[in-house]
Write a protein that binds this ligand. Structure first.
Ligand code: G3P
Ligand code: MG
Length: 251
């Protein structure tokens, strides 16, 4: 168990690799992120039926592959046969859904760091977290931090792997308010939290920072230079970017 307790967050983290430049959550997308100068990428990870951690954002295969139905219903050997690039390039490709294991090798080979979002299918939260933990617990060549919107996954990784760096994600204030977020972070020893851009105000950032919690921000759309400037100026540490080409070198 080798990850350390502190982590220097970069200004920008590639979102699902660099999802506006390549098909999201693929080896191509991750390699491209490092090629253009990012040193950190975020990926969404869930298990297949045979418990292989794979990269996929949605519960189902429909949006990003030519398959259909929940990924948890298929073994990885069948998932790997699907075309995970066609939705992006609008023509057949050989791009496939990678295993987390393959991505770890790409990151290590590129000296690139990784944010693993624990994105389980419902009722598979603990198994998902455990399988991801098993693959990552002995990696010390790169920095890894774990994040999740899912409280079960965050609690589980905190228990299994207390030496890891972890981040709770919040998309809205329906289930948890800002005090809940801070309490969850303190109780689980989470050093980072991740917020939807829509939630970001100077007051909220100030309140979170008072508890010594670093803040990442993501959005449905690529965050542009002016918005990045605004949110960095109020204390946000790091931004998830879909296409960083206009941002790199400016901050
Ligand atoms: O972790 C930031 C971001 O990845 C969260 O949103 O839906 O893109 O996984 P989503
Ligand atoms: Mg994600």
């Amino acid at each position: 168990m080798t990850q350390k307790k502190t982590l220097k967050l970069p200004k920008f983290i590639g979102h699902r690799g660099v999802k506006d430049l390549c098909p999201e959550n693929t080896l191509e997308s991750i390699a491209r992120a490092f090629e253009i100068g990012l040193n950190f990428v975020e990926i969404d990870v869930k298990i297949s039926k045979d418990k292989v951690p794979i990269l996929l954002h949605d519960d189902t295969l429909d949006r990003t592959t030519n398959g259909s139905g929940p990924a948890i219903d298929y073994d990885y050997e069948d998932i790997k046969k699907l075309d995970a690039g066609k939705f992006y390039y609008k023509k057949n490709t050989n791009i496939f859904i990678p295993k987390l294991e393959d991505v770890l090798s790409v990151c290590i080979n590129n000296n690139g760091n990784l944010n693993i979002e624990l994105k389980p299918n419902k009722n598979f939260e603990k198994e998902n977290t455990y399988q991801i933990y098993k693959l990552t617990k002995n990696i010390n060549q790169i920095d890894i931090f774990f994040s999740s919107f899912d409280i079960i996954s965050i609690s589980e990784i905190s228990e299994l792997y207390p030496q890891s760096i972890r981040s709770f994600l919040l998309d809205d204030f329906k289930e948890y308010n800002i005090d809940d977020l801070i309490n969850i972070s303190i109780n689980h020893d989470l050093k980072i939290c991740g917020l939807n851009l829509d939630l970001v105000t100077a007051d909220i950032i100030k309140k979170i920072k008072k508890s010594n919690i670093s803040i990442t921000v993501y959005s449905d759309k690529n965050i542009n230079s002016s918005s990045a400037n605004d949110i960095f100026s109020i204390g946000v540490d790091s931004i998830f970017v879909d296409n960083p080409l206009d941002l790199l070198g400016k901050f």
